[in-house]
Ligand binder design. Structure first.
Ligand code: MF3
Ligand code: CO
Ligand code: CO
Length: 287
């Protein structure tokens, strides 16, 4: 496995790509309410990418080996859906929890990838707690990123936090390197042993995107060939950021004006000035 170290020019392009992906989520947030369909959300996001940003969707017609082309510009995964949910015409309803995952490509050919949970009114206490703990898992993983740390440190802290809250970690999907390609080395597992896996070096860019289930970890796939659900039909949540390993820590690239700040349990482990500033923002309630 060889993990690319990005050049300063590539890093600058990735800052732009990842911010643009996050800004699609900022844009769509006020529309995510009971009554709107995920197909409508998909159409709005596609128009925003094309007409406002002049970006394109990385997911539309994406066809890795063994898969039919993915038919939408975003992924929308509701309730017991884990990831890769395909937008459809069914209206969202009160109590739903929903992941929207956005990957854009800039005109310069760089990919930015980020996702957030949306909690509709009247969601259950369990649903809200699952979203909150999953968000904490992602940020604990981010806080473990620095030169000299290992990929397994990220997986370990995520698994520990999820399981100590009675939840389980999905094993079949992981974070990934990203740049001029959607998915590249390394694979960033959301479980594992401290000190295992590749050592992190400045210039690496990858995602952390834990998928956490309220019930058991097992998955199944729907006949549409894409949608992944919990086998026991328990709720599932996911958050995703793209980040850069810096000389002294981590820089989260997929931040934007309205993205939620790090959770309270993340104190000062974020070393870089950028993230120290973000960490100083008041925490936004997730519920
Ligand atoms: N954005 C997803 C990720 O985080 C991948 C979606 S692939 C799709 O890696 F085809 F389902 F859209
Ligand atoms: Co994604
Ligand atoms: Co990703």
């Amino acid at each position: 496995m060889s993990i690319a170290l990005k050049t300063p020019e590539e890093i600058q392009e990735m800052r732009t790509a990842c911010r643009l992906a996050a800004e699609v989520l900022d844009y769509i947030t006020p529309f995510v309410q009971p009554g709107i369909s995920t197909a409508e959300i998909d159409r709005l996001c596609n128009d925003y990418m094309a007409k406002v940003q002049h970006t394109t969707s990385a997911t539309l017609n994406y066809a890795p080996p063994g898969y039919a082309p993915y038919p939408a510009s975003i992924c929308t995964s509701i309730n017991h859906q884990i990831c890769h949910g395909i937008p459809n015409s069914k209206p969202l309803k009160k109590g739903d929890i929903l992941n929207i995952d956005v990957t854009i490509v800039t005109p310069q050919g760089f990919y930015g990838d980020t996702s957030r949970m949306f909690i509709l009114d009247d969601a259950s206490i369990l649903a809200k707690r699952l979203c909150k703990v999953t968000y904490e898992c992602m940020w604990l993983g981010i806080a473990a990123v620095r030169p000299g740390a290992h990929l397994g440190d990220i997986g370990h802290i995520i698994q520990r936090h999820a399981e100590s809250n009675g939840f389980s970690v999905v094993r079949e999907f992981c974070g990934h390197g990203i740049g001029r390609r959607f998915h590249e080395d390394p694979q960033v597992l959301h479980y594992g042993q401290r000190g295992s896996g590749s050592e992190l070096r400045p210039g690496m860019i990858f995602t952390i995107e834990p998928m956490i289930n309220a019930g058991k970890a097992a998955i199944s796939e729907l006949p549409d060939g894409w949608t992944v659900v919990t086998k026991d039909r328990s709720l599932s949540a996911q958050w995703e950021h793209t980040m850069l390993v810096t000389e002294d820590g981590v820089e989260v690239l997929s931040l934007s004006a309205s993205c939620p700040p790090p959770p309270k349990l993340i104190g000062d482990p974020l070393a870089s000035a950028t993230n120290a500033a973000i960490a100083a923002l008041p925490p936004a309630p997730l519920s």
